[in-house]
Structure formats: C-alpha cells, structure tokens
Design a binder for this molecule. Structure first.
Ligand code: URA
Length: 210
C-alpha cells in the first residue's frame, strides 16, 4: 500500500458504522456489526497483496488461475478490543498466524502499559496486520507496532474501525512505514482520550462490560 491513510467510505461500511455508533445498539448487534465491518475492512487492507498464478484443473480444462503469492500473514490483536476485529479478519484469512499484545491505557497519563506480548515466530517473512478498533491517542498502537518491529517484522499494516486525527498523526510520526486502514476519522479526542463523536468504549460495547 502506498497511502499512509485509507478511509474506507463504502456505503455498507459507513451504514454499519452508524449503527455501531448509536448508543442504544445492543452488545449482540455491536459484535455482529463489528464482525461484518471487519470483513469489509480486511477486503480493503488486502487489496494490493502480491499475486501469482497457480496451475489447476477445472472440471473442463487446465488453467493458470490467480492466487495470493506467499500467503504468509500474521495478525496481531491489540487486546482487548482488537479481538473483535481479529475474529472477522480471521474469517477471511484463516491460515494466518495470530499474536496478541496486551496494553492498557493509564487513565491519568494516557500512556500505554504493557502486560502481555505473545507474537508468532518468523515475522520477518510475513505481512503483519495489527488490529485495534480505536486509534485514539495513537500511543498504544505506536507501542504495539514497536513490539512487532522488535520481533522482526518489516511489512506491517494497521487496521482500525475509527481513528482520531491525533492518533493518525502520532502513527505517521512514529511509524510512517505502516499504512493505516480505517472506516472513519472523527473530529477530536476529548480530555479523557475518547474519540468524539466516536462510539464510546469499544471493548465495553463489544463485551457488555462497564
Ligand atoms: N478507546 C475506545 O474504546 N474508545 C475511544 O473513544 C478511545 C479509545
């Protein structure tokens, strides 16, 4: 991907995102919508994967059919909300290796604190898609990408549902080589670090916690 930021403005994505934003949308619907949107976002983030051809035989005749080259991919979920996007992306890329980075945001400093990191081996040979629905300050995302790079990855993309301009800027400064795909860039971050208008706390809405 050449663009640093891609906003997927497809009507289905935008419609589903609107439903997710609504405060009365149930946990059940929120989860289902997130899974559906993650299919559409995964479609976009994998659009330019290198292709090759594979010799196959159809019931009628042999052909050289298109196939993804390499197929070595890894998904890294930034816990815990990342798991909501992860499930949908795995529906489309079931052979991907999966890693997890656990970071929580210190509510006072808004800085990320790491509590878990388990990444697949061989990341240097893989396209890594890091997933986290909310790119807010960008601090957690940038820290997660630091860890993924320390593990050897050089080809990384970042997939989120919603971004704040501040988070996009932070990622651009920290990791200009990591393209971002999102459904929308909202207006600003409030003083608690929430994206406005946003959709609230994605983890709470997805898991029904508060
Ligand atoms: N994380 C969320 O879940 N929501 C926000 O608005 C910002 C960060």
């Amino acid at each position: 991907m050449t663009e640093h930021l891609t906003v997927v403005d497809h009507p289905l994505v935008q419609h589903k995102l609107t439903l997710m934003r609504e405060k009365d949308t149930s946990t059940n619907s929120f989860r289902r919508l997130l899974r559906e949107i993650s299919h559409l976002l995964a479609y976009e983030i994998t659009r330019e994967l290198p292709m090759t051809t594979k010799h196959i035989e159809t019931p009628l005749e042999p052909m050289d059919a298109p196939a993804i080259e390499g197929k070595k991919m890894a998904l890294v979920s930034i816990l815990r909300a990342g798991n909501g996007l992860l499930d949908g992306v795995l529906d489309l890329i079931p052979a991907a290796r999966v890693g997890f980075v656990g970071l929580y945001r210190d509510e006072e400093t808004l800085q990320p604190v790491q509590y878990y990191c388990k990444l697949p081996s061989g990341l240097e040979d893989r396209l890594v898609i890091a997933v986290d629905p909310m790119l807010a300050t960008g601090n957690s995302s940038a820290a997660a990408i630091d860890l993924i790079k320390q593990a050897g990855a050089t080809n990384i993309r970042f997939l989120c549902l919603l971004a704040a301009p501040e988070g996009v800027q932070r990622m651009k400064e920290a990791h200009p080589d990591v393209p971002i795909v999102t459904a929308a860039v909202d207006n600003y971050l409030d003083d608690r670090g929430y994206i406005v208008p946003g959709l609230g706390d994605a983890g709470d809405r997805m898991f029904g916690t508060k």
